[in-house]
Design a protein around this ligand. Structure first.
Ligand code: F0G
Length: 452
């Protein structure tokens, strides 16, 4: 990458190992010396700023691009290109990702016990999840580097996103997903976008193990989130969010935790914003996991972050059904730097929070709802104060897992599970579809009783 990063004799981005700190490493995903993950740094920023622009000029430029008709300017990722690795514009694969809405959630604020609550809805991206913001950068890099094949292991959203960007960029894509453990909508996306899709009889962590060997032996470019270009794209969500709040940071940002790249990316963005003088204080970043897929929570509580405790993951929030998260060290660093925390939530708490976000006319997939469920706990513990500003990062669209939603409203989501009796308390949030004769009186009667 160092070669590509050199433009007009100036090195703008470099790979650095997060463990040993070595820089200018070859373009791989782990350090050849200590096997830790790599991250992208921008030595050229020191003293001069990105592309020698100060923060006022950058803010103006990024905002002006919103009214441009150029594809790269219309992308909520590439309009921030000064803080991304350089990729020639003709190699950029964009489906106009990013530029996602921030919604105020008034009812959820009440139920969580805070004065004001916002959701940055990354599910409003082209393939319905936050993965698109990272994929546009990493897939573009793969194209520029001359790869014909890209590949990922996935719980469904990465694969949907990768398949779409590969198709748009004329690349072939290989998807490894756990058989029977991802939502049908996500699987259908990867088929529709033309990926070679394999359902392996294992879990996500097993898919990762297989893929790591495949990419060692074949000229296939890995697009999992250990790829530092993914993280660079994903960090733009924080720039967008701060731009929305006119560069006044919220007190808390709450993120779901799976493979732990998203929290890492948001933390990296905030660190860079502070370094560049865009903000003077860091919001606290807290990561929420499902109780059944809680390796980071256990790692922090049981080893004080010394070593990862992998778990055998199980949760209905299939997107975050991950027991051995690759980016745990990066996420840990972000939580410590920003003085955030970790929390875990139960299956019932996730289902309730998802229904509450849906009832606001917004909706999200189960993995995103852990943020609201986690916030409720953080408020009770006093970690989040009533008067503090909070942003939930909703990572996936409500249509990503329609089966979960239907089962929830029909009341059979927890049937035959250990949560069956506890799930009765969700009744008041369930709206089962009604089957009626095609009879006007029957519908009017129903309408009247609903009015009361
Ligand atoms: N939310 C959703 C909807 C996701 O799809 C994922 C991860 C996460 C949260 C967790 O993000 O891994 O950066 O901590 N999905 C992956 C996939 C792993 O393959 O689609 P993370």
């Amino acid at each position: 990458m160092a070669d590509q990063a050199i433009k007009a004799g100036q090195c703008v981005s470099q790979l650095r190992c997060i463990g040993c700190g070595r820089t200018a490493l070859p373009d791989r995903f782990r350090c050849e010396h200590c096997r830790d993950l790599l991250e992208i740094i921008y030595p050229g920023w020191e003293g001069r700023g990105p592309r020698e622009l100060d923060q006022a000029s950058l803010k103006r430029l990024w905002s002006e691009r919103r009214s441009s008709l150029e594809p790269a300017d219309q992308s909520g990722v590439w309009r921030f290109r000064e803080i991304l690795p350089e990729i020639p514009e003709q190699q950029v694969i964009t489906i106009r990702e990013g530029n996602t809405p921030v919604y105020e959630l008034t009812h959820c604020a009440k139920s969580a016990g805070v004065g004001q609550l916002f959701a940055k809805h990354q599910g409003m991206n082209p393939t319905g999840s936050f993965k698109d913001t990272g994929m546009t950068v990493a897939a573009s890099f793969a194209k520029q580097a001359g790869y014909r094949w890209v590949a990922c292991a996935s719980t469904g959203n990465t694969s949907a996103s990768m398949a779409a960007y590969a198709a748009r960029g004329g690349l072939h894509s290989l998807v490894l997903i756990p058989d029977g453990k991802i939502s049908w909508s996500k699987l259908s996306q990867s088929l529709d976008y033309g990926a070679l899709t394999c359902q392996l009889k294992t879990d996500f962590d097993g898919c990762v193990r297989v893929l790591n060997e495949v990419v060692e032996r074949m000229p296939v470019y890995l697009l999992n989130s250990v790829n530092p270009y993914r993280v660079e794209g994903q960090k733009t969500v924080a720039f967008e969010l701060l731009e929305h709040f006119e560069w006044e940071p919220p007190d808390h940002i709450i993120v779901p935790g799976g493979n732990l790249a998203n929290s890492s990316a948001i933390g990296k963005a905030l660190r860079e914003m502070k370094q560049l003088g865009f903000i003077s204080r860091l919001p606290k970043i807290s990561v929420i996991q499902a109780e059944g897929a809680n390796p980071l929570v256990r790692t922090i509580r049981e080893t004080d972050g010394e070593r990862l405790i992998p778990v055998h993951a199980d949760t209905m929030a299939t997107a975050i059904r991950i027991g051995n998260p690759a980016s745990w060290k990066k996420a840990l660093r972000v939580i410590r730097e920003t003085e955030g925390t970790v929390e875990q939530v139960s299956e019932i708490e996730i289902a309730l929070a998802k229904a509450e976000i849906g009832a606001e006319g917004i909706g999200c997939e189960p993995a995103s709802a852990v943020t609201l469920a986690g916030l409720k706990k953080l408020v009770k513990q006093g970690f989040v104060k009533r008067n503090e500003s909070v942003v939930l990062v909703l990572t996936g669209h409500v249509l990503k897992d329609a089966e979960f939603t239907l089962k929830f409203h029909r009341g059979d989501l927890f049937e035959g599970t250990p949560y069956e009796s506890e799930s009765r308390k969700l009744k008041s949030h369930q709206r089962s579809p009604l089957v009626l004769d095609p009879n006007v009186e029957a519908v009017i009667e129903l309408l009247r009783s609903a009015e009361q």
